[in-house]
Design a protein around this ligand. Sequence first.
Ligand SMILES: [Zn+2]
Length: 290
Amino acid sequence: MVTIDCHLHVTEVPEHAPEWWVREMYAPWGWEVGSVDGPAIVEHLDATGLDVGMIQGGDIRRTTHHPEHPHDRRVLVPNDYVARQVAKSGGRLYGVAAMDPLRDIPAAVLELERCVKELDFRLLKLVPTYHHYNPKDRRLDPLYEKCLELDLPVMIHTGWTATINSAMEFQDPIQLDDIGRRYRDLKVIVAHLGYPWVDEGVAVVAKHPNFYAEMAGWTAWGPEILAGALSKLKELGAIDRVVFGSDNTDARDLYRDARRIAASQGTEITDEEMAGIMGGTAAELFGISA
Ligand SMILES: [Zn+2]
């Protein structure tokens, strides 16, 4: 069965983002500021034993700000750059569409359609906290409706980020409940499962059968929290709606340890369920075959 990492970032520094911005975002993890292109992601997949990666760029120019760098705010990894990385990956990478909807909603809808129909992208990424909007804001509806029309899943960032100018008020995954009530067929991936609002993330995914949980970046939070989330999702009948994302980290130990902890607490994540998390569920969601 194909294994899939559905949450990976490509960024060339400083072409796509100022150094200060990358440093601020990754500061808590002590990561090096460096460029990550498609070939680097393929190397990462090889190193972590995965078949396929979904790569995303983004446009955060409108809301990027630092008082000491007032003119150095160009955070833009274009969709066409992502498509070029996909094209040279020999089938290992798939594109994720990203844009700033609030710059121009009709233009965002057209760009999404272009990404899917011309570039064969398989997912839309939204980042409400970085873009300062509530994901349930009705201005976003044309994008959600286009996703339904294209049968395209949407991944929505929830939870914490170290980026200072992000708006924490839009990080709580409870704000996705309204989307779940209004769009019962829209496939929504709750990125980062709302950490630190993990219980809210579990609740919203368990409630809506069209919602999926994804825990990218949780290597930073440790296996106990992952074990707890997986156990609760299993208890509530949603373990078959967990997809694997890494945020460019090596999460192998994290999942192995989380499974062990969950088992020691009485919740067995079976091999079959694990295969679903590591790619089976995502393959179906994104139309990716082995
Ligand atoms: Zn990410």
